[in-house]
Ligand binder design. Structure first.
Ligand SMILES: *Cc1c(COP(=O)(O)O)cnc(C)c1O
Length: 396
């Protein structure tokens, strides 16, 4: 096996049977069926068959999936239309009525809603652990626990889950584990190396990397991916041909992008930590992060995701100042999403808005002064200068 940088360019190329270096976009809903009855049955029913019908598979999907599986160190991967399609499909391919799921107190907002509102509709109960506390996972285990659902670093508060601990615990107890690896990207962290069974991503973020598509991926054993594929056939969340092609194109530069982003984010975090208007910087790459040692043990780099808590005498002032900074930044765009080449910033308390109670927000570490930053690949001096000028508008 080659190094990741090489495989990012070449892995999966065997699926490109055309003579073009870059695969064609198979912009077709369907394919001429093979003439023989046996071959037809195979094409119609084989998991992820690439030339039968778009919802089943697509040659570029096969090529991209092979690369993604390689990135996560898994046998197989399945592409989905969004990250949420990957998360919901992966979870529903593991659990059934009567099961119990262990999740965390902080998860990506829509994943949290899926756990809170969708699973209970089907008689599946969910417990929420403090992911920073290994014991809380052990204590949450019940007779009917079939799944532990993880996210690390978690959105938006960048708490870290001890992957080796949970991976080992779950294997001892015969419980399946799924980890959302979106924030880290496989360049910085591979949950499978710590015994996690299934890895999911919003490929909309670092994997695609250019904020021009939505996509998701599920990585696991061939058996797990075949089960997920069959669920996806019914759920209907296949990734469209053009977005698949864009995802493959974006992936080529993943290692370079993530390395530059890691470097920019660390420098920005170090600078922000020195600013009087910043009460706290939350970045797993800083020694001040309460779980920095754990992060170092399981991550090769610390990503472009960081949060700052704006200082102020009370929450209304923190809120006001955070909004001022957000609005005065010129390079950091106020936009949902993350993981692209461009720097983005959001106010999580507003983004979580009415979907979550105040108590739920607090448990997820979200307060009115919190700003979540996704650092891009711009020049670091310009990124720092942008914050410096925005801070000058805070005048209360
Ligand atoms: C964005 C995101 C998702 C959802 O992905 P979509 O592509 O928007 O459906 C899930 N998990 C995390 C951590 C995310 O950042």
């Amino acid at each position: 096996m080659n190094h990741i940088e090489t495989d990012l360019i070449h892995s999966g190329n065997a699926f490109n049977t055309s003579r073009s270096v870059v695969p064609p976009i198979y912009q077709t809903a369907t394919y001429y069926a093979p003439p023989g009855v046996e071959e037809f049955i195979e094409a119609a029913t084989a998991p992820r068959y690439p030339h039968f019908y778009q919802r089943h598979g697509n040659p570029v999907s096969s090529q991209t999936a092979e690369l993604l599986a390689r990135l996560e160190g898994k046998d197989a991967a399945l592409l989905t239309a969004t990250g949420m399609a990957a998360i919901s499909t992966a979870i529903l391919s593991v659990v059934k009525a009567g099961d119990h799921v262990i999740a965390q107190q902080s998860h990506y907002s829509a994943a949290g809603i899926f756990l809170k509102e969708v699973l209970p509709q089907f008689g599946i109960s969910v417990s929420y652990t403090d992911q920073r506390d290994n014991n809380s996972f052990r204590e949450a285990i019940r007779e009917n626990t079939t799944l532990i659902y993880l996210e690390t670093p978690s959105n938006p508060n960048l708490a870290i889950t001890d992957l080796a601990f949970v991976g080992t615990l779950a294997r001892e107890k015969g419980i399946t584990t799924i980890c959302d690896n979106t924030f880290a990207s496989p360049i910085n962290q591979r949950p499978g190396d710590f015994g996690i069974d299934i890895v999911v991503h919003s490929a909309t973020k670092y994997l695609g990397g250019h904020s021009d598509l939505t996509a998701g991926v599920i990585c696991g054993t061939t058996e797990a991916i075949n089960i997920a594929w069959k669920k996806l056939l019914s759920f209907g969340g296949a990734l469209a041909p053009f977005d698949t092609w864009l995802l493959l194109r974006g992936l080529r530069t993943l290692a370079m992008r993530v390395r530059q982003i890691n470097e920019n984010a660390l420098q920005l975090a170090q600078w922000l930590e020195q600013q009087p208007l910043v009460r706290r910087v939350i970045y797993s790459g800083l020694p001040s992060h309460p779980q920095h040692e754990l992060a170092k043990a399981q991550m090769k780099g610390f990503t472009g995701m960081l949060c700052i808590e704006v200082d102020g005498k009370d929450e209304p002032q923190q809120f006001h100042r955070a909004q001022t900074i957000l609005r005065q930044l010129k390079i950091f765009a106020n936009a949902a999403s993350l993981g692209g080449v461009e720097s983005l910033i959001v106010h999580p308390a507003s983004m979580w808005g009415k979907h979550h109670s105040k108590q739920e927000k607090e448990r997820a570490g979200i307060n009115e002064g919190l700003l979540r930053i996704s650092v891009g690949i711009e020049h670091i001096d310009d990124l720092i200068a942008d914050f410096a000028q925005a801070f000058q508008y805070v005048n209360d």
